[in-house]
Design a protein around this ligand. Structure first.
Ligand SMILES: [Zn+2]
Ligand SMILES: [Zn+2]
Length: 227
């Protein structure tokens, strides 16, 4: 098992500008520099997720093109946390109609998933077959959101086939929203994993990725020094 981002790089977090984080993009980037991160991706939720939760639109996405880091040398990318919508594997991957380069494939509670949770594995497998060339990694595939219904072995095997990493999600681990049985199954066969915070607060940006590495160390998946 290879960890794609063993160092000071975090590819999953949310802002208040485009979804449900508590901090602005500028606050996140400034703080990322203060805690020694070298590269971050701000990956807000897709439009279907935002519409389902009636989030007000706070910032226009077009402004992103004019944003520049004035605080430090942290490299900043803007991505999206996409949602699988149904068992056919339709995926919402835009924010205000714009599709970023970096795409995390996730699922959450219904909505935005439009069918019974029992069909979620089919949704994953079809979405991966259809969009494997666009998807950068799977976000929290072992979350509790769809209960026991995710066949994590089948999903992980298909990710391995297309060389798509799967995520160990710090915030989900820290707040007991991880199905630990599924996580063990995933880690037993996954070729590549990301370790990300999924931070919605500055405290999570600072602490939960470290907790994820601690979990991996305590359970014998990694040895030696990580964060
Ligand atoms: Zn998520
Ligand atoms: Zn997230």
């Amino acid at each position: 098992m290879e960890i794609v981002n063993p160092g000071n790089e975090d590819y999953h977090m949310h802002s208040i500008n485009y979804s449900d984080g508590l901090n602005t993009i500028d606050e996140i980037v400034k703080f990322a520099g203060e805690i020694g991160l070298k590269k971050i991706a701000i990956t807000d939720h897709n439009q279907a997720y935002l519409d389902a939760r009636t989030f007000p639109r706070k910032s226009y996405r077009g402004i992103i093109k004019r944003w520049q880091n004035v605080f430090n040398n942290v490299k900043v990318e803007f991505g999206v946390e996409a949602d699988i919508l149904n068992s056919k594997g339709d995926v919402c991957m835009d924010i205000q109609g714009e599709i970023p380069e970096l795409i995390i494939l996730s699922t959450h509670q219904s909505p935005p998933y439009q069918e019974d949770s029992k069909t979620i594995t089919e949704g994953y497998l079809n979405a991966i077959e259809r969009f494997h060339d666009k998807i950068n990694f799977l976000g929290h595939p072992c979350s509790v959101y769809h209960g026991e219904n995710v066949d994590i072995i089948a999903v992980t095997e298909l990710c391995n086939k297309y060389e798509i990493p799967l995520e160990v999600n710090g915030a989900n681990l820290a707040t007991n929203r991880t199905n630990l049985n599924k996580l063990k199954q995933m880690l037993s066969i996954a070729d590549q994993i990301y370790v990300n915070s999924d931070a919605h607060t500055l405290n999570e940006l600072k602490t939960v990725r470290r907790k994820a590495f601690q979990y991996l160390r305590e359970n014998g998946y990694i040895k030696g020094k990580y964060l």
